[in-house]
Design a protein around this ligand. Sequence first.
Ligand code: AMP
Length: 431
Amino acid sequence: MTFKDFHLDPGLDEAMFYLGFEKPTAVQQQVIPAISQGDDLIACAQTGTGKTAAFVLPVLNKLANGLPSKTNTLIVVPTRELAIQIEQQIQGLSYFLSVSSIAVYGGGDGKAWEREKAAFKSGVHIIVATPGKLLSHLNMGYMDLTGLEHLILDEADRMLDMGFIDDIKRIITHLPEKRQTLMFSATMAPDIRKLARTVLTNPKEVNLAIAKPASGIDQKVCLVNESQKAEAIGRLLSERKDYKTILIFTSTKSKVNQIIHALKSFRIASRGISSDLPQDKREEVLRQFAARQVNILVATDVLSRGIDVKDINMVINFDIPNDAEDYVHRVGRTARVDAKGEAITFITPRDRRKFYLIEKLIETRIPRLELPSDLGPFPSWEQPESQDKDRHGGRRPSYNDRQRKKRPGRGRRNDNPSGQRRSQGRPPSRG
Ligand code: AMP
């Protein structure tokens, strides 16, 4: 199958040429025809599969056939990073069309608010928004969504995890009943199905991701003591000097700086990014990482779904993610769309149970990586959990250690650097 089979507007074909989209991904092959036929849809597809373009292309194609005067499409997403990323893809794909779009997300100053309000009043065609900020605007009464034809809930599982369910239900009360609703989720947990039953009408179902990392990822796991992780990571990175982009994930914000300092002692430069960093600084670091000016980025989970940097060579899980699904999202940052990548996960003996849950979820035995023996002795896979004394690196467990699940903050600052855009952003780059 080729993109030609979808008979898309020539402006979209041209943009895809510049973006280097040669053939539709598996998700796109199934999702684009279903959306084009006007069906409601529930799609189980993980990030990195090309799912954004899968829902953006048919929407843009419809808009290319006649621009409405009112807002046509609302895309609701869990995080500001994802909102920005989706809106950037919309800009790239709609470069040769006259479609307008805006990313709207939490925090922000008065200027951002006014810019968003002006965009809504002008009937901006596509809104990509996080639930809280969108509701704040909706409650002011000036948003006209009576012409809305498409509602897209992206990363629905993440939105439920983050407690946005009531916000989503409230948002839906502001929308026309006759609309096409599309729901994307990395998992098909029972609460996702429940939400689907309430918001979708006779949906088509596309199930491509059984929550498995893409096949191009070379996954490995290392069993270490907490106190050995820094040394081990230094050694692994010293052996991979040719890698241009490496992402290191940690579960807690406090560890981001610890890891950066540990790497410094190996003369390895890295930058950190967590929800503690103001939005403009986060965007700057992400830009530098995308431009390969920063080669190693240390990040918390909040950002694991928002980082869309091509050709990441390696993902290191400095500590095991709290949820097995988060593992899929973290390692999904590498090997995007048919590329190859490496993913190494550190676990301590106490993490083994969590780790086995990951293997169960992805239905794969992750190969064990032997670290150089001079860094050892390492714990044994056979050692009973009760004998582990090193779970917290010899210290008392901290609040963060105990906190099994963090609800990512909805952020402080929010300067949408570009505001509403009418397809006049940067030209799409080839490849
Ligand atoms: P997503 O799963 O939407 O996060 O997309 C992951 C990455 O794949 C993004 O950088 C897209 O630009 C890229 N992409 C989407 N569709 C294609 C395609 N058909 N060919 C090549 N790259 C694609």
